[in-house]
Design a protein around this ligand. Structure first.
Ligand code: GLC
Ligand code: MG
Length: 562
């Protein structure tokens, strides 16, 4: 196989750590890098290939660190730069690669560039690193510059423009923020911005990180002239229609440049470096452009994440997902949960309706998911995902079957979405609650003391790592088994061939020179499906019936020829 065919990331399983919520080393109630380092053996024992860390850089934390004030340092909340080095070193010792988050679309308003832009006059080079514009008047009854420059909406609700006060105290220009008002968008048409981000990439590559997850990768370049979006346009959902701020052709130039940097490091160090896009782009053919041979290596397949638990919809999503990347010669990248979406153990606990499923944050007064059904389906969905050709991402806590925290009191919510939406959208705090490591002890073992920054639901206690470790049938042991068998049989590396199955089941065979022949059967129907003759179970997401010869509802089984 050629180097590109053997690169580690092609079939890697990558575990996402949300630093504030995984492990708290110093007992201040907020997770930190020393905490993470001390818990890395959990990941080695789980059997993943790499860890991806959400941002831990200097930040006022208005969007949990996705508002970066200094790209080259660690926020004191999480530790010091040496702690990041120690984390990378320890991970490497344990055979785990480390992927860090890069936030190139916007900085924090506390970034020195933005502070300089505020202090400088309109038209200055300092302002030219961001997207400052004059506002509009209305039909003439208002003075010029009183309305935002266009109709773009923030992803967190409200207008995407904020008006500044000029140095002389007069109301001034507006700046663009696709996210929170404290996250001004950079102007990627300004070469200074690209040069700075290249230098940030090199800074972390030089420190030994194995790759980057690229935040809002589809947003960097905006349509020329910043035209209005469609009237009914709502940036808080992810539509298929053209949008002036997303998926513009110019982004691909940025990624060609970054690919050259990654290739350069791979060549000089002999270690493949990974670039993975967070791009909420549909259809999958547009998304596949991000992983053309001279661009990024991976791009999360969010269409799969948003697919309801319905056999023919999943069949179509998997089929189209694989076909789209095959066109450009890249593997597919699967994911079911992350820090921005309702955990799949809860998402799948609702009635499943055709169409794209993306549930907004859940509050105590909303309809509640069926926890048992959700977990059963989540285990089946994960067993499906981990069998698919390509790479897969796991989100912290899903290996415990954690549900979304749906009963958080509104006054503890920290996601800016809740305030900016005028308390109409609960936001993403429910999937960000700190991990339960032990049933007893402070904060369920999250740290040596302190109050966790979000309260842990009582239901997390029974799901703590120490309650599942070594317990046959637990979700943690299921994940460990799936990951071990996946590795042993080379799943992820080969291809997929669909086999005949009833209308409510999926059956496929995994093929390839480096893959042991394996059949996967997912039963999404109400009645049990028999295991085809000549096949024996390797691992199943739940108990099988009839002495292992029948697959009950909402269960996935991996089978090998007898
Ligand atoms: C991405 C992140 C999300 C963040 C946003 C703005 O979507 O995953 O958490 O709020 O970008 O940086
Ligand atoms: Mg801490």
């Amino acid at each position: 196989m050629s180097a590109a065919e053997t690169a580690w990331w092609r079939d890697a399983v990558i575990y996402q750590v949300y630093p504030r919520s995984w492990a708290d080393g110093d007992g201040d109630g907020i997770g930190d890098l020393p905490g993470i380092t001390s818990r890395l053996p959990h990941l080695a024992a789980l059997g993943v290939d790499a860890v991806w860390l959400s941002p831990f850089y200097t930040s006022p934390q208005h969007d949990a660190g996705y508002d970066v004030a200094d790209y080259r340092d660690v926020d004191p909340l999480f530790g010091r730069l040496e702690d990041a080095d120690a984390l990378v070193a320890r991970a490497h010792e344990l055979g785990l690669r480390v992927v860090v988050d890069l936030v190139p679309n916007h900085t924090s308003d506390e970034h020195e560039w933005f502070q300089a832009a505020l202090a400088a006059p309109p038209g200055s080079p300092e302002r030219a690193r961001y997207i400052f514009r004059e506002g509009r008047g209305d039909d003439g009854s208002l003075p010029p510059n009183t309305l935002p420059p266009n109709n773009w909406q923030s992803m967190f609700g409200g207008t995407a423009w904020e008006r500044v006060t000029e140095a002389d105290g007069s109301p001034g220009q507006w700046y663009l923020h696709l996210f929170d008002v404290t996250q001004p968008d950079l102007d990627w048409t300004n070469p200074e911005v690209g040069d700075e981000m290249e230098s940030v990439l090199r800074f972390w590559l030089d420190r030994g990180v194995d790759g980057f997850r690229i935040d809002v990768a589809h947003g960097l370049v905006k349509a020329d002239g910043l035209p209005d979006g469609p009237d009914d346009f709502d940036a808080t959902v992810h539509p298929t229609a053209w949008q002036p701020m997303f998926d513009q052709p110019g982004v691909h130039e940025v990624y060609r440049r970054w690919r050259r940097i990654a290739d350069e490091y791979a060549a000089t160090t002999g270690q493949d470096r990974l670039l993975c896009a967070e791009a909420w782009v549909l259809p999958v053919e547009s998304l596949a452009k991000y992983v053309r041979p001279d661009e990024l290596h991976q791009s999360f397949n969010f269409a799969f994440l948003m697919t309801p638990w319905i056999a023919d919809e999943l069949h179509e999503a998997i089929h189209e997902g694989l076909a789209a990347v095959a066109e450009v010669g890249a593997p597919q990248t699967w994911v079911l949960s992350n820090h921005d979406v309702v955990r799949h153990a809860s998402r799948l606990g609702y009635p499943q309706l055709p169409g794209r499923l993306r549930i907004e944050g859940i509050g105590a007064d909303d309809p509640q998911p069926d926890a048992e059904l959700g977990l059963r389906r989540a285990r089946a969905a994960t067993a499906l995902m981990l069998a698919l050709p390509g790479s897969a991402y796991l989100y912290q806590g899903e290996e415990l079957g954690l549900p979304e925290a749906t009963q958080l009191p509104d006054d503890v919510r920290q996601d800016p979405t809740w305030e900016r939406s005028g308390h109409t959208s609960r936001g993403r705090d429910g999937c960000r609650v700190p991990m339960p490591w032990t049933a007893d002890g402070p904060a369920m073992g999250f740290g040596p003391g302190g109050t966790p920054w979000l309260p842990q639901p009582e239901s997390y206690r029974a799901l703590a790592v120490d309650q599942q470790d070594g317990v046959a049938g637990s979700t943690l042991e299921l994940y460990r088994t799936l990951l071990r068998v996946r590795r042993e049989r080379g799943l992820g590396l080969g291809g997929l061939r669909w086999l005949d199955s009833g209308p409510d089941a999926l059956t496929f065979e995994l093929t390839g020179d480096h893959t042991a022949p394996t059949v996967v059967l997912v039963n999404l129907g109400e009645t049990a499906v028999p295991v085809p003759d000549g096949l024996v179970p390797l691992v199943a997401s739940g108990p099988l019936d009839d002495d292992g010869r029948a697959v009950p509802t909402d269960t996935t089984v991996w089978l090998s020829p007898a």
